[in-house]
Design a binder for this molecule. Structure first.
Ligand SMILES: *Cc1c(COP(=O)(O)O)cnc(C)c1O
Length: 472
């Protein structure tokens, strides 16, 4: 067979495997640890003559469908890991089929136009002003990097410096203020930007990390020159929110830059029932969210929005071409607006899923997951052996196993072992965190496939494992 003819056959092989794989997701273990032995089939020396296309694709499918962590199924509750809607998954295949170099208009008007359109749709979905600039990124980490790079550019300009050209030498340290909910990826972004991971001054009013707005107000008043506030919309342990509205007031009063990390929490804006949680985000200077979490688009998918689009060009467009794209300029080059150069057409799966399900589909998904989180929270509250550690705000439920006969001093160890056993068991995935000094489970519900039965199974498996673990 000639290789040109093989291209379609190879894809048909993948398509042929898709139906049995996808239909198995509801039933199969989240991870079948016994299958991990198959991973050896990936190994071996680099082939001299090549093993052939179909043989290689078949091998990859065999190993992949067996050993993957099936987080696109309905019962992966660890971290905040979304699934893939059918439209998004197929849109992602189209991205691979067309293989666009999507950084420049010249190399792909398709990708550029699609990116402009999905950014507009996303701003609409999130209630952000249409005048905001935006760029698609591989993740929320990169979106935080994008927003904070713009903040750094803005801050440097206030000091009469162009940090994109000249770096930070000779400047004071950029002041960054946040509550205790700040996500490590914002610190990582600051570390990459040369501002330093530890530049963040955390102002929290309790051990959960709730932001101390009054202390932040005072601190901003004492800072000479502009500062950056990082607000968190959706904290990973409990799904709680900083009061973005109050932080926006502070930013306005003190002339600070407000960056809001809404990796998953920004999706509250899609529902009138939940949007109060992110009130004020439309006044932020930069905003981050993830596509591969609650939008249920395949990895890698994130977005950054910036109030002043021109700053994006100054922070990222310094290739020697002084290109400042206008919001309605069809010839936008997205690699001048974000940290990447060559990049895939990650707008296509986003376009497909937003078009397929519309505003209503995304509103209903957020509300359904909120309902499921409330259901789980209710079960926990009604269970004498379970303890809810924080109110259910959105899609995360923070709790621990706490039977009456186990002394407080043993609870952390017991819950840690329950978390390990859950992962080893594989029927449902949920792991532990440390919340207010306590080891806790914190399932996040953001997968379109998840149903009430999956939530009930999570509880029964936890209880089964907990009973076994505390007896052992
Ligand atoms: C997941 C998450 C991030 C990082 O997102 P990645 O897509 O993993 O880079 C940042 N902030 C918050 C609040 C998150 O939940």
């Amino acid at each position: 067979m000639h290789e040109r003819d093989t291209a379609a056959a190879a894809l048909e092989t993948v398509a042929g495997a898709a139906r049995p794989y996808l239909t198995s997701l509801d039933e199969r273990l989240v991870h079948d640890h016994a299958a991990d032995a198959l991973l050896d089939l990936l190994d071996g020396d680099l082939s001299e003559r090549g093993e052939g296309t179909l043989d290689s694709v078949e091998r990859l499918l065999r190993v992949g469908t067996g050993t993957a962590t099936h987080s696109s199924g309905p019962r992966f509750f660890h971290f905040v890991v979304g699934g893939s809607t059918p439209a998004a998954q197929a849109g992602d295949w189209v991205t691979s089929l067309l293989d666009q170099a999507s950084g420049l208009w010249l190399t792909s008007p398709l990708a550029g136009r699609a990116e402009t359109i999905v950014l507009r749709w996303l701003k609409d979905l999130f209630g952000l002003p249409a005048s905001y600039g935006g760029v698609l990124t591989p993740s929320a980490t990169f979106a935080n990097l994008t927003g904070l790079a713009c903040a750094r550019q803005w801050w440097g300009e206030h000091h009469g410096a162009d940090v994109t050209a000249d770096g930070l030498a000779g400047l004071p340290r950029m002041p960054v203020l946040a509550g205790g909910y700040i996500h490590p990826s914002s610190r990582k972004a600051l570390q990459l930007l040369g501002c330093g991971r530890d530049a963040v001054r955390v102002l929290a009013r309790d051990d959960a990390g709730r932001v101390d707005v009054a202390a932040m107000d005072r601190a901003l008043g004492e800072i000479d020159g502009p500062a950056v506030i990082v607000g968190n919309a959706g904290e990973v342990n409990t799904g709680d929110f900083d009061p973005i509205d109050e932080l926006a007031d502070l930013a306005g009063r003190h002339g600070a830059w407000l960056h809001v990390d809404g990796a998953f929490g920004l999706f509250a804006a899609a529902s009138p029932r939940l949007s109060h949680l992110v009130k004020g985000v439309e006044r932020a200077h930069s905003v981050t969210a993830d596509g591969h979490k609650w939008l249920n688009v395949p990895y890698e998918s994130g977005f950054a929005f910036v109030r002043d689009p021109a700053i994006m060009g100054r922070a990222f467009g310094a290739w020697g071409a002084p290109y400042l794209p206008a919001e309605n300029d069809p010839q936008v080059n997205y690699n001048c607006l974000g940290p990447e150069s060559s990049r895939r057409a990650r707008a296509l799966p986003i376009w497909a899923t937003l078009r397929a399900y519309g505003r209503q589909g995304h509103r209903e998904m957020a509300e359904r997951h909120h309902d499921l989180a409330l259901r789980l929270g209710g079960i926990v509250e009604d269970s004498p052996d379970l303890e809810l550690l924080a109110p259910v705000r959105l899609c995360v439920v923070c709790f621990r196993y706490r039977p009456r006969d186990v002394p407080e001093a043993e609870l952390d160890d017991l819950n840690r072992r329950i978390g390990q056993e859950l992962i080893a068991d594989g029927r449902v995935y949920a792991g532990t965190t440390i919340y207010r000094g306590m080891t806790a489970l914190r399932p996040a519900i953001v997968n379109w496939r998840t149903t009430e039965a999956d939530i009930d199974l999570l509880v029964s498996v936890i209880r089964e494992i907990a009973t076994r673990t505390s007896a052992g």
